[in-house]
Write a protein that binds this ligand. Structure first.
Ligand SMILES: *Cc1c(COP(=O)(O)O)cnc(C)c1O
Length: 345
């Protein structure tokens, strides 16, 4: 069977042979009892890469974000986040389900919220109103087509947070993509926030897992919440071993994903029905509107699939994501399929 060119997500990446090898050889112990040396190694590497005191290995990015918000907030509080953010839109309501906080969503400029707008929405506790306790950021911003949120914006929001005694959590699922695209070290983004979650299982290609990093006390509390959510894992060094390979060998490769995304975006942008400015494609996510005289969006996705090209619908548009397991030939195949379907029908 001919293989599919799978642009649905960078989460479809398979572990590398080096990861499989490291997994097979990993030294392990019961991590809930603090005995797994491979997990400890991964956590200390993650903390040092981000310039934070401590780190916690968690099963998923969603759990990492959920734990962070649970630790930084209390009931009867409100948190500020961006209206297209993954946390608000794509994480199955853990804000209300687990943390029981009120979300205040603000519009943004490609993921960057206006600091004055944020300031205007910070509330003090009263008999009528919740106290605002946390701001959540996202970088790169998934639903803004992988946009890089500028460091200047982080600094401005940090100043506002400090003025009002708020914490900042960064959903940095793809923080390494942001860093490679901007040339700014991940530590500089991390320095502006109190905690960071980042994913090992996306472009970095580990099979499972994300990291949560922050101050010692925060991570200690996070460890308890992780256990309460059922996320305490035993000989999980077999997975952490792949995470170590992800962080030591897979980061620079993300550049190739950015180049391929840009090439794909430039090739499809001029075609009929495609609503896309290729200059907005900074990293590995291409989101575009679809408005073709003969084909509906869903028909187009079906026809692409017939040509062995997979992508996902998002809102009223379409999302393509480049990653380790799509190469230049896959990009060529996608471009050819676009031309055949959009120019002929
Ligand atoms: C994928 C993703 C997450 C969550 O990661 P999972 O491991 O899929 O739970 C969080 N934030 C962003 C921006 C993501 O893209």
């Amino acid at each position: 069977m001919e293989k599919y060119s799978d642009f649905r997500s960078d989460t479809v990446t398979k572990p590398t042979p080096r990861m499989r090898e490291a997994m097979a050889q990993a030294e392990v112990g019961d991590d809930v009892l603090g005995d797994d040396p491979t997990v400890k190694k991964l956590e200390s590497l993650a903390a040092s890469l981000m310039g934070k005191e401590a780190a916690l290995y968690v099963p998923s990015g969603t759990m990492g974000n959920a734990i962070a918000i649970k630790v930084w907030t209390q009931e009867l509080e409100e948190i500020i986040l961006e209206s297209r953010s993954h946390i608000y839109n794509m994480e199955s309501t853990h804000l209300s389900f687990i943390s029981r906080v009120l979300p205040r969503c603000l519009v943004s400029q490609r993921g960057a919220m206006d600091p004055d707008e944020v300031r205007r929405h910070i509330r003090q506790a009263s008999v009528h109103t919740p106290r605002t306790s946390l701001i959540c950021l996202e970088n790169t911003h998934n639903n803004w087509s992988g946009a890089v949120v500028p460091l200047e914006n982080f600094k401005a929001l940090r100043a506002v947070a400090d003025e009002y005694g708020l914490k900042i959590h960064l959903d940095g699922a793809r923080i390494f993509n942001a860093s490679l695209a901007s040339g700014i070290p991940v530590k500089e983004y991390a320095a502006q926030v109190d905690s960071v979650m980042f994913c090992l299982s996306k472009g970095l290609s580990a099979p499972v897992g994300s990291m949560l990093v922050g101050p010692h006390d925060f991570i200690e509390a996070a460890r308890r919440v992780r256990k309460a959510l059922g996320g305490g894992m035993r000989q999980v060094g077999v997975l952490a071993a792949a995470g170590l390979v992800a962080l030591t060998e897979m980061v620079d490769r993300l550049r190739e994903d950015h180049q391929r995304a840009r090439r794909l975006a430039e090739a499809i942008a001029p075609l009929p029905g495609i609503e896309l400015d290729p200059n907005n494609i900074e990293t590995n996510i291409i989101i575009f509107g679809f408005n073709h005289p003969q084909l509906t969006r869903d028909e187009f996705l079906v026809r692409l699939r017939e040509k062995k090209v997979l992508a996902l619908p998002v809102g009223t548009g379409i999302r393509f994501v480049t990653h380790k397991d799509v190469d230049d030939e896959d990009v060529d195949r996608a471009i050819t399929a676009f031309k055949e379907l959009l120019l002929s029908s």
